[in-house]
Each structure stands twice: as structure tokens, then as C-alpha cells.
Design a protein around this ligand. Structure first.
Ligand SMILES: Cc1ncc(COP(=O)(O)O)c(C=O)c1O
Length: 423
């Protein structure tokens, strides 16, 4: 092998977190074509088995934790790698801006994301993840001592700690809705929010899909309750893009944070923040650089973070196109079909208490069961020994199902679990 090729491969391996052999393979081979619609109609099992060839996943491991981190398919990895290699030739006619003013590459990503999310490009900021998006909103808002922010007891630190820091630093007050485990109905959840959205509340901040149990909160109705009382709504939708059909205009929130590197299968370190046009001017930027106060930039003011990683944004665009090419409806249906297998599997284990509600409106593709805490820890150890990765902490096991998940992997997971529970 030529020295140049060797260096290229070693560099890509380091950047992409792959072995040099995997990179060599990747750069040599085109991604296999997507399985055809005809195959889907004829034999969906085979179609989804074929789909697995789009992923580099090690067949000796079972990955049931897409909720923490998604898995990039080959077209996404290729898009990142190709940009990385071609851009370093620095042969563009213009100055090769990686960030600062919005260039054509960034515009394209914002445009397609905006279309996908049912909003306008001027309302989309690109950041690194949902945590950064939530911090951008929280730190950018002027709130006074004593102002109340309503949230829930099921938030992820990435969407909660910004408010807790504001509480410690500026004396705002946090109030928590206690979500039932599991809730009986959407109406029960709405009653809890309705009762808690009192006149001192300035902001309501909640997860669209909770990290703990995969519960899908009725975001549209909660935002409507907030709006009719003049309360700002901030939705932490880290898990939602790629797991739920999303139209942010219909949801009617003021701010929406999401992490495409989870369910949209985008490169790690890609995040999206939606800022409704009417509320953008109420926010200070979190990271100030040139044009920090140029409100004419609209949402781009919050993307102006200095130099960024265009290669990852190319991957984000490829992930969005991959999702659309398969078809969101088909992806969501498959995620749920597999989640149903998980649900039924847990139902057959008397030791498991299901925390995810069995209701299509309140449940997507993450299913959580609770065990006595020491038992859950032991089960996690056994699963790790069998190279099965699951999510959840403390007493909970959380199982995520996506299009790369095979039904046989779910069967293996339950076989290992059932054996471990007998010992
Ligand atoms: C509800 C929720 N919000 C925020 C985050 C943080 O996501 P990220 O690490 O992509 O910022 C997570 C991560 O799992 C999450 O579950």
C-alpha cells in the first residue's frame, strides 16, 4: 500500500473511531444498494435482514441501546469521510469557511431539516447536541429571581441541569410534575400539567420522549396549555427526530431541542435547535462572536459558534436523506413492530414490571421494565458478558429497537434474561 493511502486510512480510522481495516473496506466498497420496495412487499423479513448490510455493526454484539447513541449507516459514514478527504485539498474558489457566515453547505442542511420538521430555515440552528440546544435556550433567557420553571421528575441531565444551574445562580425556582410510572392515559398527564401551570410559571420545559421509560408526552397539548397562559414552552426532543413523525409548527412549541445522532442515525455531535420566529429576539446568544446581536440573522445567530465541523453536517444531511429514502412511515412501523416484541417478552417475565405504557400515542421505540435494583444490576452484568448492550440505570432495563435490530437479537436477549432470572 502506498504511504499516502496508509496515512489517509489511519487518519480516517482515528476520526471515525473505526479500525484501519474497516476504513480500508469502507473506502473500497460502495454501500450496498438499499433493499427494494418490491422486496419489502414480497418478504419484509428478508428486506429488514438485508437492511442490516447498511450498517457496520459487529455481528458478535447485540446493540439494543440506540436511545443513548445511534448507529450511522454506510452512506452517512461515506458522506463524512468523503467530505473530510476532499475538503482538505482546499481547492474551493472561495475561502473555505467552516462556520461563521452561513455558506451553501450549511444552508442546504438547514433547509432540508426545516422542511422535514415542518418549519422554516430561519427557525433552525445547528448545534452539537440536545444538551447544547437546551443550554442555549435556558442561558439565553432573562428570568428573574422567583420565576418558576415547570419541568418533570423524568428529565435527562442534558435537558435539566441548565435549569438547575440557573436556579443555583439566579434564584429561579424549579417545580416538578411527578409522572406516573406508567401513566394510565394522555388525559392523566394533561391534568397534571394543567394543575401545575400556575401564574408564577414562566417556562415549561419537558422531554418529548422520556429517557427513563420511553414515554411519549402529549407535547402539542402541553404546549397549547402553556400558550394560552402566556408561558414559554421548551421541548427536549433528544429522542424524537427519527423515532416520531415531527411537525414542530403543529406541536406549537417555542423551542425544540433534538439530537439526530440518536434515532436519525446521524454522526455523533450533531444537534438541532428550533426557535420559533416570534420568540427568537427574547434570547441572548450563549456563545458570542461577530454579529452576536444581529437579529436579522434569525435562528442562524445561534449557529454562529465559530469554526464548526462541516464533514459532520454532510453526514447529518446524508442521514436525513437515508431516513427519507427508506420512508419515515416504514421506519416508524418497523421500530414499533420490534418494540411490541420487547413488550411481550417482558410481559412473560413475572419479575419484570413494565414502566412504558402500552398505548400507541404514548409509546414509540423504547421500552423499559423495572426489576429489583440489585437484580437489575446483576442482569446488566450478565447481558454485558453476552455482549448485549441495553440502556437504563438503577432498577431499569431500557430496550431500544431500530431498523438495524433483528428479531433474532431480541429473542437472544430474552433467552439470556430468562436463563439469568432462573439462577
Ligand atoms: C431526554 C434527553 N435529553 C437530552 C439528552 C442528551 O443528549 P445529547 O447527549 O445528545 O445532548 C438525552 C440523552 O440521552 C436524553 O435522553
Amino acid at each position: 500500500m502506498k504511504r499516502r493511502e496508509f496515512v489517509q486510512q489511519a487518519m480516517a480510522a482515528a476520526v471515525l473511531g473505526l479500525s484501519r481495516e474497516q476504513v480500508a473496506h469502507l473506502l473500497r466498497s460502495e454501500a450496498p444498494p438499499l433493499p427494494s420496495d418490491a422486496l419489502y412487499e414480497r418478504d419484509p423479513r428478508w428486506y429488514w435482514a438485508e437492511m442490516r448490510r447498511q450498517f457496520l455493526l459487529d455481528p458478535n454484539h447485540i446493540n439494543l441501546n440506540c436511545g443513548s447513541l445511534g448507529v450511522c449507516p454506510l452512506p452517512v459514514i461515506r458522506a463524512v469521510a468523503e467530505h473530510l478527504f476532499t475538503s482538505e485539498a482546499f481547492n474551493e474558489p472561495d475561502y473555505p469557511w467552516w462556520g461563521y457566515a452561513e455558506n451553501e453547505h450549511i444552508r442546504e442542511v438547514r433547509e432540508e431539516l426545516a422542511q422535514f420538521l415542518g418549519v422554516s430555515r430561519d427557525e433552525i440552528a445547528l448545534v452539537r447536541n440536545a444538551t447544547e440546544a437546551m443550554n442555549t435556550v435556558c442561558n439565553g433567557l432573562d428570568l428573574n429571581r422567583g420565576d418558576v420553571v415547570l419541568t418533570t421528575d423524568q428529565e435527562h441531565p442534558g435537558g435539566l441541569c441548565c435549569w438547575q444551574q440557573k436556579e443555583a445562580r439566579f434564584g429561579i425556582r424549579l417545580r416538578y410534575v411527578k409522572l406516573p410510572l406508567p401513566p394510565a392515559s394522555k388525559e392523566q398527564i394533561l391534568e397534571l400539567f394543567d394543575g401545575a401551570l400556575t401564574p408564577e410559571v414562566r417556562v415549561v420545559s419537558f422531554s418529548h420522549i422520556t429517557t427513563t421509560t420511553g414515554l411519549v408526552l402529549p407535547a402539542k397539548e402541553i404546549c397549547a396549555l402553556a400558550r394560552e397562559r402566556g408561558i414559554l414552552s421548551v421541548v427536549d426532543g433528544a429522542h424524537a427526530i427519527g423515532q416520531l413523525p415531527l411537525n414542530l409548527r403543529e406541536i406549537g412549541c417555542d423551542f425544540y431541542a433534538t439530537s439526530p445522532h440518536k434515532w436519525l442515525l446521524a454522526p455523533k455531535g450533531t444537534g438541532v435547535l428550533y426557535l420559533r420566529e416570534g420568540v427568537q429576539d427574547r434570547l441572548w446568544v450563549n456563545i458570542a462572536s461577530g454579529e452576536w446581536n444581529n437579529k436579522a440573522l434569525k435562528a442562524y445567530r445561534f449557529s454562529n459558534l465559530g469554526t464548526c465541523n462541516l464533514s459532520l453536517l454532510k453526514g447529518l444531511l446524508a442521514a436525513l436523506r437515508f431516513h427519507r429514502q427508506i420512508g419515515p412511515e416504514r421506519v416508524f412501523a418497523r421500530q414499533r413492530e420490534l418494540a411490541r416484541l420487547v413488550y411481550e417478552g417482558f410481559q412473560h417475565l413475572p419479575q419484570a414490571k413494565l414502566l412504558t405504557p402500552d398505548h400507541p400515542e404514548l409509546w414509540g421505540a423504547m421500552t423499559t421494565a423495572q426489576f429489583p435494583e440489585a437484580e437489575a444490576e446483576r442482569l446488566r452484568r450478565v447481558l454485558t458478558e453476552h455482549r448485549i448492550r441495553v440502556g437504563g440505570g438503577g432498577p431499569r432495563l431500557r430496550i431500544s429497537t431500530h431498523i438495524f435490530t433483528q428479531p433474532e437479537e431480541i429473542a437472544t436477549f430474552f433467552a439470556v434474561l430468562a436463563r439469568a432470572l432462573k439462577t
